[in-house]
Design a protein around this ligand. Sequence first.
Ligand SMILES: Nc1ncnc2c1ncn2[C@@H]1O[C@H](COP(=O)(O)OP(=O)(O)OP(=O)(O)O)[C@@H](O)[C@H]1O
Length: 242
Amino acid sequence: MLLRVENLRKSFGGIKAVDGVTFEIEEGEAIGIVGPNGSGKTTLYNLISGIYLPDEGKVIFEGRDITNLPPYERAKLGIARTFQIPRPFGNATVLENVAIGAMFGREKLSVEEAFERAEEYLKLVGIEKLKHKEAKLLTPLEKRLMELARALAMKPKLLLLDEVMAGMNPVDVDRIIELLKKIHREEDIAIVSMVEHLMQAIVKFAERVIVMHQGKILVEGEPEKVLNHPKVIEVYLGKKVI
Ligand SMILES: Nc1ncnc2c1ncn2[C@@H]1O[C@H](COP(=O)(O)OP(=O)(O)OP(=O)(O)O)[C@@H](O)[C@H]1O
């Protein structure tokens, strides 16, 4: 078992953003976390990556209790994430942005090694030609790919992707799905991808889907079954989701 979250709770004022969530992730699993706006997905990510501390509950990574570790310590252990709105260092180049990820990841790299690692992952995500461009000049899709390269360059064991396909056209969504499948095949890492909609996309990628609703896990299991579960259909306004 790679990660276990146990009875996690986090409230903001009177809002129970995450309300008693327990699940496990195995090494190398491909997981989709789905849920409507406000269901607690982002808060859950923030609890796993250490941006928030829970009011209650535990985060266990490779058997170690990391509930109170700060984000940079979790990154060193092998937890990396991307953000819904990428936040690159705008004046730095694409290569530098990815190299920074490599330097703050799981392995202790020299600057030279970090740049080599950055080149490798820019190639993997297919934007090596942009390496000398300033990050702020990238398109939204290119920024997402750069963020993905930066997270991968940290050599994580667990990669948390936040709405990596949001706002993309179907062609780009397919491109990202193919890329995620390739990464999942080639890099031995567990990948969790969180989406609000785009169920069809998540079904193509995930081996297991967790559906969140009002801070709780509504249903969890094999993708096709979960997304056609009556409770899930009800939450998504009575429509069949796939
Ligand atoms: N920092 C915060 N302060 C106050 N309320 C918050 C905060 N973060 C989240 N919430 C509230 O907690 C609930 C869960 O929000 P969260 O962002 O985790 O859901 P989500 O499923 O990720 O939705 P979204 O797709 O909009 O990010 C919402 O009601 C939200 O308004």
